[in-house]
Ligand binder design. Structure first.
Ligand code: PLP
Length: 389
């Protein structure tokens, strides 16, 4: 008997980076500080939980709408029109189990075996497995490392072949912490339009931006809505990572194919938690601002203190919950630094190379998953480690 199917054996093993090494050390009782896991440290706000409990008490326990509950899709429309500058209706919205499920549905619906998908490198690795499951091929286009990982239109143009089907964009960017400017997005849009490509736009960090940086949805640029899948989730901004809730915004002509995937894998998303998400969008402005303000306080701490350590250069993250400092002058590789920090300081960070070869010379430090004091302690330990190198 052949097991598993070729699509499983031929796709990359899902790597958890430093997580497994850290877990082994923690089993021996080490006090590990996790600056690698990309999740919010906050609790889900009470009003979101209350709206969910109410929906449960009101009997929302039966099958619902395949595209998502109408009340949630209406709130999504209001938010997307205002914040993302897209003139949409509920027919343009498909509710999913987080951004992971949204990108899975888009890739499965769009990619044929042999199709090529361009990833801007360093990239968010979890998109790769899905592209490979669909039989697609990854083609990497490096971001401009010498210019703080700006989009390099020439590198993207050079990655295009007759088989290119899609560009995968993560904005704000994980792992680099960049928020792409209108100019950078226009250059990418120009390429997508000229070569008639689809764009998967992962905007899971859209609310988490600092210092007046503006998140722009690439779908809002002229000629882009009809070729872009804009993907959002409640995961980061509302501290709802365990809830598994997100949504796709796209041209209505794409919806039947997308639903063919989601109806067959989950039928639809849990009905009563969608009422919590509707409340999040309707009343969430203030709590999101408070959480982002705390993220910024942690970003300031991390970037300032890293810059004081010898051999480290850390530009201020423009958004997300990640810093991506340059460790080149230590003379060690990204993986050697990540391993050294784990073994000597019991601090877990991810090697930049986990996000592709273009991440060499960098480590990714997450400042979103631990409280301020704990991050400060991690930085004390990191300072000792770097001063002893
Ligand atoms: C860029 C990016 N996309 C998607 C996800 C996954 O989002 P979700 O938990 O909503 O599936 C993450 C989580 O870290 C992420 O960083």
């Amino acid at each position: 008997m052949k097991w598993p199917a070729t699509r499983i054996s031929d796709s990359s093993p899902k790597s958890f980076g430093m997580y497994e090494k850290a877990a082994a050390l923690a089993e021996n009782g080490a006090d590990i500080i996790h600056l690698e896991v990309g999740r919010p440290s906050f609790d889900t706000p009470e009003f979101i939980k209350d709206a969910t409990k109410k929906a449960l008490d009101d009997g929302m326990v039966h099958y619902g709408d395949f595209a998502g509950e109408p009340a949630l899709r209406e709130e999504v429309v209001r938010k997307v029109r205002k914040k993302n500058d897209l003139d949409i209706s509920p027919d343009n919205v498909l509710v999913t189990n987080g951004l992971t499920h949204a990108s899975y549905a888009v890739i499965m619906a769009a990619i044929d075996p042999g199709d090529e998908v361009i990833l801007l490198e360093p990239y968010y690795p979890q998109h790769i497995n899905k592209i490979e499951l669909a039989g697609g091929r990854i083609v990497k286009a490096a971001l401009n490392k010498s210019d703080n990982f700006t989009i390099d239109p020439e590198a993207v143009e050079a990655a295009i072949t007759p088989k290119t089907k899609m560009i995968c964009l993560v904005n704000p960017a994980n792992p680099t912490g960049r928020v792409y400017s209108r100019k950078e997005l226009e250059a990418l849009a120009d390429i997508a339009i000229r070569h008639d490509l689809l764009v998967l736009s992962d905007e899971v960090y859209e609310e988490i931006v600092y210092d007046g940086n503006m998140h722009i949805s690439i779908a809002s640029l002229p000629g882009m809505f009809e070729r872009t899948f804009s993907l959002f989730a409640f995961t980061k901004a509302y501290a709802m990572d365990g809830w598994r809730l997100g949504f796709i915004v796209a041209d209505a002509r794409f919806m039947p194919a997308l639903k063919k995937i989601t109806v067959n894998d989950v039928a639809h998303v849990n009905v009563f938690i969608q009422m919590g998400a509707a409340a999040a969008l309707a009343q969430g402005g203030e709590v999101v601002r408070e959480m982002v303000a705390e993220d910024k306080r942690r970003r300031d701490l991390v970037c300032q203190r890293l810059n004081q350590m010898s051999g480290i250069h850390c530009p201020a993250s423009e958004g997300t919950i990640y810093a991506f400092p340059d460790i080149t002058t230590t003379g060690l590789s990204a993986q050697e630094i990540a391993d050294g920090l784990l073994e000597n300081a019991h601090v877990v960070v991810e090697a930049g190379t986990f996000y592709g070869d273009a991440g060499e010379g960098h480590i990714r430090v997450c400042f979103g998953a631990e409280p301020y004091e704990r991050i400060d302690e991690a930085l004390d330990r990191m300072a000792t480690y770097f001063s002893n190198l």
